[in-house]
Write a protein that binds this ligand. Sequence first.
Ligand code: GUN
Length: 281
Amino acid sequence: MSATIIDGKEVSSKLLCKLKPDVKRLDPKLVVVQVGEDAASTSYIKQKIKSCEVVAMRNEHRHLNKDTSIEELMKCIEELNNNDDVSGFIVQLPLPEHLSASVPQIIRAINPAKDVDGFCAYNLGKMFLSTEFEHLPPATPSGVISLLEYYKIDIKGKNVTVIGHSNTVGKPLSTMLLNRNATVTTCHEFTDDLPSHTKSADILCTAVGKPGLITADMVKEGAVVIDIGITRTEDGLKGDTDFDSIKEKASFITPVPGGVGPMTVASLIQNCVMAKKRQVE
Ligand code: GUN
């Protein structure tokens, strides 16, 4: 069997197209805060700004000096929280070394109504309740769900294995799948016998950032494989999966790049529209 290649570029472009009338009607504005010069962040932010332009959404890139202090960053967040013209904003991660221990404090400072990354406890807590309360879900898990829905891949009753238990991807993705009645196993660096969990998965999602982690022998015949890992190597961007061999065994597979990545950006734009909608209605 040769898998259907899930086309994240096509699905994200359709999602963005659907958002255009709401953007026109609601006129939201997204602000992206960047501290320092992390090259990967600069590239991700460019994609975010480009997608804003595709839907004609107002946007601003606030690029702060790499030596910005926690006090200055908190002041910037407070200003964005209080600025009625700003519908949503994100602080791009990772932050420079001297700020990295303050990430929880920084996320806590963001007004949940403007937290379009869906990273704060209020939005994560609401998402925990049921699909009905997924108002500002984290962008990457939300993008994965949209991909599964677009390709009409059943979630209910399926065995889903998620590898990675970060607060931004693995844990919320596991919760969103559970909300849709999947039987979810969440694996991580301390999981004993990872292959036993991957081989039983009807849907396998991996978000680790280790190229070559998942080989074809670890995948069930006909499984759906969602690769959320993204690592910059000398040979370009690589996911966690051995794409060429797994595509001969899986029923669906996401490429890296061009799979989940564009969906994360589209989900962020969708969240910004949702944030504005809830602010005005
Ligand atoms: N760095 C990599 N992905 C993301 C994301 O989705 N949001 C933020 N804030 N930082 C990131």
